[in-house]
Design a protein around this ligand. Structure first.
Ligand SMILES: N[C@@H](CCC[C@H](N)C(=O)O)C(=O)O
Length: 291
């Protein structure tokens, strides 16, 4: 495709995305991994951690093979791709930016929760007057223990699935000059447990119900934030704090502050076992690009 194609750029706590409006799914078959990687390249492309393709679910279903448990009860589908062009089931910050875009373009009504279909099912998005967007991520599945390594350092990690896979390691120090390092390469992980790769979060405690994290994202490298990662981190931290879960384990909701390099997210584990991801989400630029 050589004609200029419209795009938007947005971010949630500096996890940044190129949005491609493709309402009628005309990009079907065009948006291969190489094109996505070229768009996300920070020197020769627009630059982003991933691409959010905005497609009407009806058009998507007519043309494309449904992947796994993708929800079909929403007017809009988010087709998410990592910066290297690989697909992921879910992107928590991405779906929040996606909802912001729908509302700003008059494509969705913010007076009620907005359903968005993803490969990990339909998510409900709520926009509030304080500028924040909350994604109801559903249930986080805690799947046991594993280990991750950076160079000679190895940490125990918790395997948490938030629609996509995570390994969460509680560490003493997040400093890039320390054992976690600058995360230029993917941390080593168990290839049998994570045959498709994994998002790895390193977490330190900052105070009661307050943690900070860095993340190496599968397919995108170290990013300034990861919404699904923050959800996995919150659940892992709460369990490490002795919470028997869900929620506070006593019938109430439980909220943690999760600091990421790009800002702050609030994660709430509800008594009925849903994880809510809340934070800022903005669309700030518009333009046209070659595809
Ligand atoms: N940044 C995202 C996660 C994007 C997908 C991830 N890299 C994967 O491959 O699973 C988020 O905010 O959740």
């Amino acid at each position: 495709m050589s004609a200029p194609y419209p795009f938007l750029k947005g971010h949630g706590t500096e996890n940044d995305f190129v949005l491609l409006p493709d309402h009628d799914a005309s990009l079907h078959g065009e948006l291969d991994a190489a094109r996505v990687a070229a768009l996300c390249d920070r020197r020769s492309g627009i630059g982003a951690d991933g691409v959010l393709r905005v497609v009407r679910t009806e058009a998507y279903d007519a043309l494309e093979v449904s992947a796994g448990a993708r929800g079909q009860d929403a007017e809009w589908t988010m087709d998410y791709r990592n910066a290297d062009g690989s697909m992921s089931e879910m992107c928590g910050n991405g779906v929040r930016v996606f909802a912001r875009h729908l509302v700003e373009e008059g494509l969705a009504d913010p007076s009620a929760p907005i359903p968005v279909a993803t490969r990990a099912g339909t998510k409900l998005l709520t926009l509030t007057d304080d500028g924040l967007v909350t994604a109801d991520m559903g249930r986080a599945r805690v799947l046991g223990e594993t280990a991750v390594s950076v160079g000679p350092a190895t940490w125990a990690a918790r395997h948490v699935d938030v629609g996509n896979p995570h390994a969460v390691a509680l560490v003493d120090d997040l400093d890039p000059a320390g054992p976690v390092g600058p995360l230029l390469e993917p941390p080593t992980h168990d290839p049998l447990l994570y045959p498709e790769g994994v998002n790895v979060e390193f977490v330190v405690r900052r105070g009661p119900r307050h943690v900070a994290m860095r993340v190496h994202e599968r397919g995108s490298g170290e990013t300034r934030s990861c919404g699904t990662g923050a959800c996995a981190v919150m659940v892992a931290a709460a369990l490490a704090d002795g919470v028997t879960g869900p929620g506070d384990g006593r019938g109430g909701d439980l909220a943690y502050r999760v600091d990421v390099p790009g800002g702050t997210l609030t994660i709430t584990w509800t008594a009925d076992d849903r994880v809510l991801l809340t934070g800022p989400a903005v669309v700030h630029s518009w333009g046209a690009t070659t595809l």
